[in-house]
Ligand binder design. Structure first.
Ligand SMILES: Nc1ncnc2c1ncn2[C@@H]1O[C@H](COP(=O)(O)OP(=O)(O)OP(=O)(O)O)[C@@H](O)[C@H]1O
Ligand SMILES: [Mg+2]
Length: 256
């Protein structure tokens, strides 16, 4: 059985069919990619699997357990961590505070501890800080822990979002355009961070990307989505040589 399985998923926004008969099976530890032109439905697929929207039709299971109808936080704690296409960071909070906040979902010291500061609370708070630093180190952002996010470059903010997504200790990590807005130097760094996180944590990764070279180098299998439908699925080599994919990207350089 695959770790994550999606069968015959279709979704309508009013009269617009954004996703049609979508199927996916991701095994534990795989790195998978989803590509396609703007508006193809890529982010919608992420949003459907992670509970932002409920699909009009279809099945979604994680380790055989149904995900449809569950809240976003529930799906996250079941094992799917994600980042968003647009950064969702709070201007006045420090980097560490962002990661701590994500970690607080595991807190159990209770209401009395929250008011009076019991030893259990102090111990858990220390553990959470320690875990946050560990996650920030993993994405190479620990040295920015005490800075406010407003002061940091885009490439670093994307890493912080990734660290935050890892706080739920996911079995699978969804990255929606992890290199958006990055310069070539930041892009290279992101590639090695994803590889490092994958090697250290052994999780599966499912990423949406527009930068072909990045996807082709990282992913073992890739789906190409056009107008809500998968027109091709295969290895990077198969995808690069697929006439339908080449046609969908007509005029765009598949080497960049
Ligand atoms: N909440 C929504 N309500 C109505 N229509 C939506 C909504 N979200 C997305 N859409 C529409 O669904 C289609 C797919 O959008 P989606 O954001 O999934 O595309 P995408 O492949 O992620 O594109 P991009 O590469 O630009 O991020 C588009 O036509 C979009 O306008
Ligand atoms: Mg998108």
């Amino acid at each position: 059985m695959a770790l994550l399985e999606v069968k015959h998923m279709t979704h309508y926004f009013g009269g617009l069919r954004a996703v049609h008969d979508y199927n996916l099976a991701i095994e534990a530890g795989q790195i998978r990619g989803l590509i396609g032109p703007n508006g193809a439905g890529k982010s919608t697929i992420f949003n459907l699997i992670t509970g932002v929207y409920t699909p009009t039709e279809g099945e979604i299971t994680l380790n055989g357990v149904n995900l449809i109808g569950r809240e976003q936080h529930e799906i996250a704690s079941m094992g799917i961590g994600r980042t968003f296409q647009n950064l969702r960071l709070w201007r006045h909070m420090t980097v560490l505070e962002h990661i701590n906040m994500a970690n607080y979902s595991h807190i159990t010291y209770g209401l009395i501890g929250a008011f009076f500061g019991t030893p259990a609370r102090y111990k858990q708070e220390a553990e959470i800080e320690e875990k946050s630093h560990r996650l920030l180190k993993l994405v190479g952002a620990d040295k920015f822990a005490d800075q406010k996010v407003t002061n940091l470059p885009y490439g670093i903010l994307r890493r912080i979002e990734m660290a935050r997504a890892l706080a739920v200790e996911p079995k699978i990590l969804f990255l929606d355009e992890p290199t958006a807005g990055m310069n070539p130097e930041e892009l290279k760094e992101m590639m090695s961070i994803i590889r490092h996180v994958h090697a250290e944590l052994g999780l599966a990764i499912f990423l949406i990307e527009h930068r072909m070279k990045f996807v082709m180098e990282l992913c073992e299998r890739i789906q190409t989505l056009v107008f809500g439908e998968v027109i091709a699925e295969g290895t990077p080599e198969e995808i690069q040589n697929n006439p339908l994919v080449i046609e969908a990207y007509l005029g765009k350089d598949l080497d960049t």
